[in-house]
Design a protein around this ligand. Sequence first.
Ligand code: TYM
Length: 334
Amino acid sequence: MDKQKQIVMSGIRPTGYLHLGNYFGALRNYVKMQEVYPCFFMVADLHSLTTHPDTSFLKENVHRVLAEHIACGLNPDLVALYCQSHVPETAELYLYLNMLAYKGELEKTVTFKDKARLHSENVNAGLLTYPVLQTADIILHRASLVPVGKDQEQHLEMARNFVQRFNHRYGQVFPEPQAFNFGNELVKVPSLDGTGKMSKSENNLATLYLADCDDTIRKKVMKAKTDAGPTAPNTPRPDYIENLFLLMQLVSDSATIQLFEEAYRSCTIRYGDMKKQLAEDMIRFMAPIRDKASQLQKDKSYLEKIMKQGAEKAGASAAATMEIVRNAMGLNYY
Ligand code: TYM
């Protein structure tokens, strides 16, 4: 397919504060892709209901997440930036796709198993069919490029299966969506304590949030796990040290990275110095985003305008797709 004609779609749940993982896994790609492709970017409020049924903070979270998208460099005039629940066609397509998704494969999904363990008091059908709703989000715009972090790889694989089944049964309607990252590999930003990844709702002290103030960033980075350092040249780096280098690669310049890599190789590295440098580079990177987002959040009428504008763009695209879908499925009686 012609690269220029490929459509981009992705989403982020408003379940908490956005963090560095969301930035480097998703938002950084969004900002680059908006210049090249037609893009649909969404706040996945319906998905958040699968694990966060209490909606008292939802409005505030949706506003903040929208503001953070724009603060990271997304241009709402260039892309469709919208809220999932403002596009009701999503629910219709989700319903049709549910008939093509099998209980066994849904139960085997890693994110389902993880979330069912974490929210054992509320293992609802929405949680089980989460990847079906995600597929509906994507193919509602007939999108094929999906900028996401590594944790979403399996959901994209499932989306391709659902698309293949739909196309096989009802005709060639949808392109097969692929997870996308501008580098070669999908990104996983590790947590600062080396136990998994940065996350919106878990492990808050080991996650750097875009809204963290300078002092919090310093404190979190300085607390990151280290050890006494290598004692022999070319010792392999333990996971938690590798993570620090990984974070440095995201925000520091190449001379700085080289300096600490060399110090590690020659066993002269002082992790205190490395973390101090990392904290300052992190602040340099994050502070402008934080300040812009906090300013935008105060302007509710601007955010509402953006949401309406986004809903119109996404709604037009969704309506066109659903017309094709209903015809392909034979749901056209007059
Ligand atoms: P969510 O809200 O968990 O995460 C949003 C995006 O951030 C990425 N991400 C990370 N990337 C690297 N390192 C990390 N530590 C890290 N943590 C999160 C995620 O991969 C994701 O790209 N199911 C989706 C939301 C969604 C969606 C969609 C995505 C709903 N509909 C349609 C794409 C297309 C989710 O839970 O993302």
